[in-house]
Design a protein around this ligand. Structure first.
Ligand code: NAP
Length: 316
């Protein structure tokens, strides 16, 4: 029986692992398929405190893993397929056809995947002029044109933020009206550097000889007209999909599909905690995810201490 199983290896998962390992709980981390999480798909991270010169995303994540394992965390490269709460309050975690792990507590830190358009070359372009995070990558695109795709709060917030750096920000939306809240929409539309491109969608990402973003083809869905826009980066802000499918409905979700906290980092299921982007559509930063991972670890530790104090002698 494991004390703590941490599902996910992003900033939240590794931070939870560092804290629970240092508390001598010997956490087991289930790494899944995207080891290191979203930061492994980005290049330089300039806003994680402690790195004044910045650090490459993959290196930051490898450092976090090394720090966690140094204190006794174990990484199992299996993917969680289901979590079930048992009658005695412990958890049964499915990791294969007939492969299960039992645990007293579980920290879900599986993150959220940014939605993409599904264009053929987009995977190759991520980190080379295609991104989903203006806060992470905006500062790399100074005095050049960029575009944001989407019409929600994220798109408006990112477009407004990008005007600090870019010479021009095209805000490309598939309808003629933004979904964003009035204040965010007004802020974006009143900014002279932002040019809305209504009723339109990107149909092609065009690259230069180095394979970096050079331009996009945009189609106006009302007229069918196609045009090319030269730019250096496209910020896709068409929503995120939190990775909760494997929980099979055992936890309460908000209307956007994110795990809900009942108090602190605890979900509606006692002993099951959620940290990072899987439960946070508001901040979605590496450092906030790390902070939540720390909080979840401290809560799991307290939960275990309280339960062990009540257990009859001999029950491990
Ligand atoms: P969102 O509100 O779901 O908006 C997604 C946008 O992307 C919509 O405009 C949608 O178009 C568009 N879209 C979706 N799929 C598309 C596709 N395949 N092709 C082109 N466009 C597509 O997502 P969000 O902006 O990330 O916001 C998520 C939640 O976080 C919201 O509740 C939001 O209020 C909140 N949030 C709050 C703040 C803040 O308060 N500071 C900041 C960011 C986010 P349609 O409009 O046509 O559906």
């Amino acid at each position: 029986m494991e004390n703590v199983v941490i599902i996910g290896t992003g900033c939240a998962g590794y931070t939870a692992a560092i804290y629970t390992a240092r508390a001598s709980l010997s956490p087991l981390i289930l790494a899944g398929t995207q080891i290191g999480g979203q930061l492994t798909t980005t290049t330089e991270v300039e806003n994680f405190p402690g790195f004044p010169e910045g650090i490459m995303g993959p290196e930051l994540m490898m450092n976090m893993q090394a720090q966690a394992t140094k204190f006794g965390a174990r990484v199992d490269y299996k993917t969680c397929q289901g979590v079930e709460k048992q009658a005695d309050g412990t958890f049964k975690i499915k990791v294969g056809e007939d492969d299960f792990i039992e645990a007293k507590t579980v920290i879900v830190a599986t993150g959220a995947a940014p939605r993409h358009l599904g264009l053929p070359n987009e995977k190759k372009l991520i980190g080379h002029g295609l991104t989903s995070c203006a806060t992470c990558d905006g500062a790399f695109y100074r005095d050049v044109p960029v575009a944001v795709i989407g019409g929600g709060d994220s798109a408006c917030e990112e477009a407004s933020f990008l005007t600090k750096f870019a010479s021009k920000v095209y805000l490309i939306h598939r309808r003629d009206e933004l979904r964003a809240s009035q204040i965010m929409a007004e802020r974006a539309l009143s900014n002279k550097k932002i040019e809305p491109v209504w009723d339109s969608g990107v149909t092609e990402y065009l690259t230069d000889d180095d394979g970096k973003m050079r331009a996009i083809t945009v189609e106006n869905f009302k007229t069918g007209e196609k045009s090319e826009i030269e730019l250096k980066c496209v910020f896709v802000a068409i929503g995120h999909v939190p990775n909760t499918q494997f929980l099979n409905g055992i936890c309460e979700l908000d209307e956007n599909g994110y795990l809900l906290h009942k108090h602190g980092m605890q979900t509606n299921v006692e002993g099951l905690y959620a940290a990072g982007d899987v439960s946070d559509h508001e901040y979605r930063q590496a450092i906030t995810a790390a902070g939540q991972g720390c909080a979840a670890a401290l809560e799991a530790e307290r939960y275990l201490a309280a339960h062990e104090a009540n257990e009859p002698a001999g029950v491990a």
